[in-house]
Design a protein around this ligand. Structure first.
Ligand code: SF4
Length: 251
């Protein structure tokens, strides 16, 4: 990998072995300190490449992706987002025209109230704080049973498709779509990926912040605005990319 000179913007490039394929990437960076969220477009590109490789592998095994435009059956799930993505989503909402923003904010508030009323909000916070996989799975099933569409879901399509979270990108299924609305997760076969990028970004978000956890449920993004806007540690971009690649090769 070639590194940039001091105080300039340069392109760095590298080749990675992912599954059975090599992928080349390049990214423009400066030596100015940046936040993880500044590098999200790069992480999204790598995620999309990894998914392409996963899809090719599934097709070699005779499987095909059931997900289609206009099917939002999985968009009522508990969606985890890294703190970095939470911050970007917050900015995205705040940049929307006032009337659009109000609609989105009302949907968030509606879902949060429904979770409170069902007694799931507190369980969800506990599960995330403890990073307890078993508890998270249980909460996830109960969350899905409430049938609360994601605030960004419109006409069964993602209204923020280009900016959608990494976990949404990574979740594709190869089983019959008839099972996607089923609350029994055993009936759904998700696409197997050679690497998952989202947990790497959760880890990097956690390591760079003092708040303890690197991810949060998407539905809590607005309620976590203050926490997401504080503790915004930054590092030279090259260091963050090296951390990312190190995590990627170890994952
Ligand atoms: S962000 Fe988009 S893809 Fe993700 S759950 Fe919401 S509507 Fe679905």
């Amino acid at each position: 990998m070639s590194e940039p000179d001091q105080s300039t913007t340069e392109s760095i490039s590298a080749e990675l072995r992912i599954g059975s394929e090599n992928i080349r990437f390049s990214v423009e960076i400066t030596n100015e300190p940046v936040h993880i969220h500044d590098l999200l477009p790069f992480f999204q590109r790598i995620t999309d490449k990894v998914i392409e490789i996963g899809i090719k592998e599934a097709e070699r095994q005779g499987k095909c992706i059931s997900c289609k435009k206009g099917c939002g059956a999985c968009c009522s799930q508990l969606v985890p987002v890294s703190r970095a993505e939470g911050y970007r989503l917050l900015n995205l909402i705040e940049s929307m025209p006032a009337d659009r923003q109000q609609v989105i904010r009302e949907r968030f508030a509606h879902n949060i109230n429904a979770l409170k009323e069902a007694g799931i909000l507190q369980m969800m916070e506990q599960a995330v704080n403890n990073n307890d996989r078993k508890q998270l799975r249980e909460v996830g099933v109960n969350y899905f049973k409430l049938n609360l569409p994601c605030p960004f879901l419109e006409d069964q399509s993602c209204s923020i498709h280009r900016d959608r979270p990494l976990s949404c990108r990574e979740f594709l299924v190869t089983s019959d779509p008839v099972h996607c609305a089923d609350t029994n997760p055993e009936t759904v076969e998700s696409l197997s990926l050679p690497k998952r990028i989202s947990p790497i970004i959760y880890k990097m978000s956690r390591d760079l912040n003092e708040a303890g956890r690197g991810y949060l449920p998407l539905i809590q993004v607005l309620d976590s605005a203050e926490a997401l806007s504080s503790h915004q540690a930054s590092e030279p971009a090259i260091d963050l990319i090296k951390q990312f690649l190190q995590n990627l090769t170890q994952a």
